[in-house]
Write a protein that binds this ligand. Structure first.
Ligand code: AMP
Length: 285
């Protein structure tokens, strides 16, 4: 890590709670970026935004076990703290929070938070318990970091909506700041899971954004029928041998409800599996 930026690395939640409290007493606005590490330019765009809107930037790195299903990739999820610290050294990060499992989930931990409704579609259907794990850890991190702002990527659009709803329903005094998806030059949305892909799978993964952009193009050319638009996307996926499509949906981007006639501002979202790797992507019409 360069000398330009030496963030405080805090591993203990009580220590961070006291530190955050002292910052708040001094009138500092805290901007928070929760991550699971394996950082890429998508994460770093959130860090830049946090720098811009807050006085103090806190980034957490924690691979949260409760958001992974039994047969999911918790064990093999990339953990590269040194690499992550190095990437963050190019930014003004004041605190990196890297808690241990036992700090977040001590023995006897029994409390979970759920946003009902919004979690019952899309990724929620295919990853039972996933969003319950997300909201539980995010609320806990919010209580530790005490942010004024929390920056989330639209890459995980359903997660963003669920966190916004939790903040609203529980009257948390935190502004959720959404950020657009960062993509590779060829269109593939950046994801920590792209690392799992072989060369040929990486080529296949490109079809996800191609399918989404093609739906967008057809919409712009006048096709408003949701089932027709979805079939256009599906055909591109299957024609390119992507057989394992979990879902491809067009929904209201506010409440994630299904719609029949597509309108500007609607969400087009999909999840597929390429080999063992689950990938998600979305665009806004
Ligand atoms: P993760 O580490 O995957 O839990 O993601 C942490 C945050 O980074 C979430 O708010 C994600 O939505 C966001 N994120 C992940 N990939 C991207 C991307 N390609 N562009 C923008 N934000 C992203």
């Amino acid at each position: 890590m360069s000398d330009l930026n030496r963030p405080l690395i805090i591993t203990n939640s009580s220590e961070l709670q006291s530190y955050s409290e002292s910052l708040k007493i001094n009138g500092k606005k805290i901007a928070f970026v929760p991550t699971m590490g394996a950082l890429h330019k998508g994460h770093l765009s959130l860090v830049s935004k946090a720098n811009e809107i807050g006085d103090v930037t806190v980034v957490s790195i924690f691979v949260n076990p409760t958001q992974f299903g039994e047969n999911e990739d918790f064990e093999r999820y990339t953990r590269d703290p040194e690499g992550d610290f190095d990437k963050l050294s190019g930014y003004k990060v004041d605190v990196i929070f890297t808690p241990e499992h036992n700090d977040i989930y001590p023995d006897g931990f029994k409390t979970y938070v759920e946003v009902t409704g919004l979690q019952d579609c899309m990724c929620g259907l295919h990853r039972p318990g996933h969003f319950r794990g997300v909201t539980t850890v995010v609320l806990k991190l919010f209580n530790i970091v005490k942010p004024d702002y929390a920056v989330f990527g639209q890459k995980d659009f359903q997660q963003l909506k669920i966190v916004e709803k939790m903040v609203k329903d529980l009257k948390l005094e935190i502004e959720i700041v959404p950020m657009p998806i960062i993509r590779e030059e060829d269109g593939l949305a950046l994801s920590s899971r792209n690392k799992y892909l072989t060369k040929s799978q990486r080529a296949k993964a490109l079809i996800l954004s191609k399918a989404l952009f093609s739906i967008q193009q057809n919409f712009e050319q006048g096709c408003k029928d949701v089932s027709e638009l979805i079939n256009i996307g599906k055909k591109i996926l299957t024609d390119n041998n992507i057989e394992s499509i979990e879902y491809i949906d067009i929904r209201d981007s506010g409440d994630l409800s299904l719609i029949q006639n597509a309108e500007s501002g609607n969400l087009v979202a999909l999840a597929v599996r390429i080999g063992e790797t689950r990938l998600i992507d979305n665009i806004m019409l």
